[in-house]
Design a protein. Structure first.
Length: 738
């Protein structure tokens, strides 16, 4: 009897695929047979989402798509077909595979709505599915194994408009190559023979793993200049030439660095010179210059250095694009970086694009959480210590995982998959804070089914390391993080705090900061996820400034969005209907890369409240813990935030002043703040600050109990002068008015 399928997962997969723009259909479980008779016309969502065991497989209508279906069981032949794919078809298709089999299906978008093409031979068959065909995209194969999608890219994760387009010319050139590989006859279509014979296709280098090799250019060419410099430096640091420095290896390294320079690596010559000088075989600058200037691009490429660096312990996965992460054969050596690799084509830049060729409907920014988190980008949250950033970040986690705007910020497309990493606190502490937040907001475990949390004891990350005093990326730490991201496949990653990830490297080092944030930016862009990192503010810097972050400027400059947690000042509390002595528990989230304004009721305000947990352990711990939890705060400037006794005393002090008090004056006896503070102090424990007095005065003015009016003040020996003064409004009594 076949194992039962999790119908909830099937429904979620179909919901995601529909949202990404694919036309899906029901297929009988453990088979390839569609359920509906007219499935080519599509199926309504209500039928798709009413999932049953007998219809638990999911198909995809191939209309408007090109699906390369490789039906061949000989791995050697499939390797040659993959080589033809590399030669003729775009990179980064969606790739479906069946565990234990060499067969593959690759999804591209079509140029129009073409029909089926097929090449058949003695060694197998390659079909190009299109209009009138369907492909099973989720479920159990008739052999009993579950279908898999490589690199986490499937119709449930990649929007259809992001799937690369394969032109019909490219498709037919690819199939013509397949006819030779399969020992096949002519390519046939649903309407007849292939209409023409393309030119003979040049041979392409093969790969040793069926899951890789689908990119058209050497992956080094796809790196940014700083990444190219970083990987070259890492390889040179690992290749030890202090004791053994044979000249033939030195020449190979120099020429491979020369190739890296030609491919866009900055400061390549200086890196090569510094490495050469530390070697035991160093001769002279003149010898180095002569060899360096003799370099001509040819047999020795950057692959030589990458191969030597990998053999010396450098983990190339730290830089290699994710589409190559699973492409290593059993010997662990990247086939694209063999020491004598020569024929890789240089990366062709796309160049400038005419406005007329831009999409008429540009891709929408994929906001996830308000305007704080967006797919494919890094956000940085900067806040002073012990002011609530960790509590807010955990609130963000449960808001997005539940899909509820519990902090007042909209969640787009929720519930979302969330990976929350706290590199400073234990998982036990996270459990306490999380349970307190869930209790306060009325959430159950089932409401947070897509939330994954990791404390410092679960996932210890050190992302930077100092090599001979120079910062570099720590491959082990990044690998651990990337593995966890790819395992969870989140929509967003929340990390708290940044300072716990830097190892022994100073974040005041601009190159260290650029390396770290640049790597985060790349991960976010490649995996189409949002990343939010909490970071400490520097001392004595204005928190509302973009320069408030502790450390180098690259931290802020490389982040797409920079946020700040700004505590509510006592003097501004009254404007929001808050007593100044309660201001310490309230803050707003602001974008420091935007123009800022004074606090007002339309900002996103958050309040920290205390939740008593039922986790007492008598007799030693007779009471449970009190835990801070973030909640939405809605300002109400009209709130009566002050006790009646405070209002009465303030009005009496203002009314009794002669001459009238000045709201702005500094002279003793005329400045309103100290006079009001002295009057209200008996009602506030015997002490009141000028900020509290100012908040009371702001409230009285806002409520119309006190007016600011021009008044005439006499001066002994001089004529009178006019200044602004405080006057208790008509109708207000010494008991506080009505």
């Amino acid at each position: 009897m076949s194992a039962l399928v999790d119908l909830t997962q099937v429904r979620q997969w179909r919901e995601a695929g529909l949202a990404k723009g694919y036309s899906l259909l029901r297929v009988q479980g453990h088979s390839k047979s569609p359920v509906a008779q007219n499935w080519q016309n599509g199926e309504p969502p209500e039928a798709l989402l009413n999932v049953k065991q007998r219809t638990s497989n999911t198909g995809m209508n191939c209309r408007g798509l090109r699906v390369v279906d490789v039906d061949c069981d000989d791995p050697t032949v499939v390797e040659q077909i993959i080589a033809a794919i590399r030669t003729h078809l775009p990179s980064n298709p969606l790739v479906r595979r069946r565990p234990g089999s060499s067969r593959l299906a690759l999804i591209y978008r079509a140029d129009g709505e073409p029909g089926k093409l097929v090449a058949v031979g003695d060694k197998g068959k390659v079909e190009i599915l299109g209009k009138g065909q369907q492909l099973v995209v989720d479920g159990i194969h008739p052999s009993g194994v579950r279908l898999e999608w490589m690199w986490g890219r499937s119709p449930a994760t990649v929007p259809v408009h992001e799937v690369p387009i394969a032109s019909e010319l490219a498709i037919r050139a690819f199939l013509e190559a397949c006819t030779r590989v399969l020992s096949a006859g002519d390519v046939v279509t649903s309407s007849g023979n292939f209409p023409f014979r393309p030119e003979r296709v040049a041979s392409a280098s093969l790969v040793n793993d069926l899951s890789g090799g689908l990119e058209n250019s050497h992956w080094f060419d796809l790196l940014t200049p700083s990444e190219k410099q970083s990987i070259i430096k890492a390889c040179l640091d690992a290749i030890d030439n202090r004791q053994n420095d044979p000249r033939d290896q030195w020449l190979r390294v120099l020429f491979s660095i020369g190739d890296a320079s030609a491919r866009g690596c900055p400061d390549a010559e200086q890196l090569a010179r510094d490495w050469s000088k530390r070697g035991s075989g160093w001769t002279s600058d003149q010898d180095f210059d002569q060899v360096w200037n003799s370099f001509r691009r040819g047999r020795v490429t950057v692959g030589t250095l990458l191969h030597l660096g990998q053999r010396s312990g450098v983990d190339l996965a730290l830089w290699r694009p994710p589409t190559l992460q699973n492409s290593l054969p059993s010997n662990g050596v990247d086939p694209s970086v063999q020491p004598t690799a020569t024929s890789a084509k240089p990366h062709a830049n796309k160049g400038a694009i005419l406005v007329a060729n831009l999409p008429a409907k540009p891709p929408k920014r994929k906001w996830l959480y308000g305007t704080y988190l967006v797919r494919g980008a890094v956000s940085l949250l900067v806040a002073p210590g012990a002011r609530g950033k960790s509590t807010w970040l955990l609130g963000v986690a449960i808001a997005n995982a539940s899909g509820r705007a519990i902090l007042g910020t909209h969640v787009f497309g929720g519930p979302l998959r969330v990976l929350y990493i706290n590199a400073e606190d234990s998982t036990d502490e996270l459990a306490l804070r999380l349970r307190a937040a869930m209790q306060h907001h009325g959430l159950k475990d089932s409401d947070l089914a897509s939330l994954h949390v990791a404390g410092a004891d679960c996932l210890s990350l050190s992302l930077l390391v100092a090599n001979r005093g120079q910062p570099s990326l720590n491959a082990g730490g990044w690998n651990d993080l990337i593995v966890e991201i790819d395992r969870v496949q989140p929509d967003m990653v929340l990390i708290d705090p940044l300072v716990a990830l830097i190892g022994g490297v100073s974040l005041n080092d601009n190159s260290a900061a650029a390396l770290m944030i640049g790597k985060f930016v790349r991960i976010a862009a490649e995996r189409k996820i949002a990343i939010l990192i909490a970071h400490h503010a520097a001392k004595n810097r204005e928190i509302t400034s973009a320069e408030a972050a502790m450390g180098a400027a690259s931290l802020v400059n490389l982040a797409r969005i920079c946020l700040s947690l700004e505590p509510l000042a006592e003097g501004d509390a009254g404007r929001l209907g808050v007593a100044p002595w309660d201001a310490h528990s309230i803050f707003r989230i602001i974008g420091t890369k935007q123009n800022l304004s004074r606090p007002n009721a339309t900002d996103d305000w958050v309040r920290l409240t205390s939740v008593d947990m039922p986790n007492a352990e008598p007799p030693i711990y007779a009471r449970g813990d009190s835990v801070a939890v973030a909640e939405q705060f809605i300002p109400n400037p009209m709130n009566a935030v002050f006790p009646a006794s405070v209002i009465v005393s303030a009005l009496q002090a203002i009314g009794a002043a002669n001459p009238p008090l000045s709201p702005f004056g500094r002279a003793a006896g005329t400045n309103a703040s100290p006079v009001i503070a002295a009057a209200i102090a008996p009602h506030l424990g015997g002490k009141a600050s000028n900020a509290e007095a100012k908040a009371v005065l702001d409230y009285l003015i806002r409520m119309g109990k006190v007016a600011v009016q021009p008044i005439q003040v006499s001066r002994p020996g001089h004529g009178p002068y006019v200044r602004n003064g405080l006057v208790v409004s008509a109708g207000q009594t010494n008991e506080g008015g009505s």
